[in-house]
Design a protein around this ligand. Structure first.
Ligand SMILES: [Zn+2]
Length: 433
């Protein structure tokens, strides 16, 4: 293995610029998911070409064309109040067959990104520039998760170009429709039969090895109240007051649950679950509402996360019981409870036991790369649940370091791109045999 380690290092050194340039090219092809559509096709054509050039058996397909997708419980073609488009959103899978008798490994990343938003907000470098400044590569999708596509591909290229034969198969996949609770690309690949002894999902973990991902859901909470003006001098229970009570109830709910729910060991480094009220609205629909009258309804949008093991139904029940109970205690509350709607799908959390043998292989690969090996739970929800709860393939999540996912100035550390490719190449050698 020592000789192999040196060979891998030498190959990566010789192909360092090519790896960086591959990611830059990929980032320069926008693949934004913008409601209700995605625009992955051009970037996926580039990935397909790269998989073919590397010698993979390549499969390109739209999730919607995969038998069983629309009957699956994970199928959820909704984007807020819109129908989610699943047309022309290809997934690309590349299979590198082993010689037989070894364990298989699946490297999964998503090609779609959130929108770049206003380019003027990108103060460091343009959203599709892929410029490198002080060791950081900037661009939408660098971190979430185009770097994952680059690391998986270059790791298997390294093995093959060194002439190292693996017994087990290595599968690389670039899936569509992950952002905003998509999951259809990841599900489609599972239903098409691309499963393995272990999957590595390359969501950005800042080089940590995540054995778990949290669950989460985006909720819309809407309240109705007495509209208009109280010319008789009586105070009205307006929807604007009610939404303020709801928001305070949500704050109290989050404080209470974080005080009561035990922190799972994988999350001991970062106790506490997040809840964000991301948007508040109401009123302005009529002239009267702009002239000082109360609107008939108001809403708050909220993102709330849970630890693995909590179902959507349990979570909804818990929030509603708390918020409705809080409102019952408000003097002047009119008795009409809010309406709670799940805006996107609920993404369950999930977990792979740290007793799984992949962890030992990853630890060795980290040590040989002189990078710190830390196992913990990832502080986000992802498609990991599709593997753990709906396929025979368990998953761990490992991705590069950087910052500003879903925000301006998204970036990765270029050195992490190189080091993680080394780690993946070493893991392939030891895991696949
Ligand atoms: Zn994302």
């Amino acid at each position: 293995m020592a000789a192999t380690t040196q060979q891998i290092d030498a190959w990566l050194e010789a192909h360092r610029d090519e790896l960086i340039q591959f990611l830059q090219q990929l980032v320069r092809i926008p693949s934004e998911s913008l409601p209700p559509k995605g625009s992955e096709a051009a970037a996926q054509a580039f990935v397909e070409g790269a998989y073919r050039a590397a010698g993979a058996e390549v499969d390109v397909f739209d999730p919607i064309d995969v038998p069983g997708l629309t009957e699956h419980p994970v199928y959820h073609p909704v984007w807020g109040d819109m129908d989610r488009s699943l047309e022309n959103r290809p997934c690309v899978v590349g299979v590198f067959r082993g010689t037989g008798g070894g364990r298989s490994l699946l490297m999964s990343s998503h090609i779609d990104t959130v929108g770049a938003d206003d380019p003027a907000l990108w103060t460091e470098a343009g959203p599709f520039s892929a410029d490198i400044i002080d060791g950081k590569m900037y661009g939408r999708g660098t971190y979430d998760t185009k770097a994952g596509i680059a690391t998986g591909l270059f790791a298997i290229r390294c093995i093959r170009e060194l002439g190292l034969e693996l017994k087990g198969d290595v599968i690389v996949e670039s899936v569509s429709d992950e952002e905003f609770g998509g999951s259809h690309g990841t599900l489609a690949c599972r239903l098409k039969g691309y499963n393995a002894d272990i999957a590595i999902n390359c969501e950005p973990t800042n080089m940590h090895v995540a054995a778990a991902t949290r669950g989460g859901g985006q909720w819309r909470i809407e309240v109705q109240g007495e509209a208009g003006m109280a010319l008789g001098g009586v105070e009205r229970v307006s929807s604007s007051y009610k939404i303020a009570w709801v928001i305070e109830a949500l704050r109290q709910y989050n404080l209470k649950r974080n005080a009561e729910i035990p922190t799972p060991p994988l999350y001991a480094h970062e106790p506490g679950l997040p809840l964000y009220v991301s948007q508040i609205g109401g009123g302005g629909d009529t002239f009267a509402e702009d002239q000082g009258a109360a609107p008939p309804s108001c809403y708050a949008n909220m993102w709330c996360e849970v630890y693995p093991g909590t179902t959507a139904e349990e979570h909804a029940e818990e929030i509603q019981t708390f918020v409705n109970g809080y409102l019952d205690g408000i003097e002047g509350f009119d008795g009409e409870y809010p309406e709670y709607t799940l805006e996107l799908r609920f993404l369950p959390g999930s977990e792979t036991s740290t007793a799984h043998p992949i962890f030992g292989h990853l630890e060795d690969a980290y040590q040989a790369t002189h990078r710190e090996y830390v196992v913990q739970g990832a502080p986000f929800a992802s498609d990991g649940y599709v593997f753990n709860l709906h396929s025979p393939t368990p998953v761990v999540t490992v991705g590069v370091g950087g910052d500003n996912a879903h925000a301006p100035n998204e970036y990765i550390y270029v050195q992490d791109l190189i080091d993680l490719t080394r780690i993946f190449a070493r893991t392939m050698v030891s895991w696949c045999g």
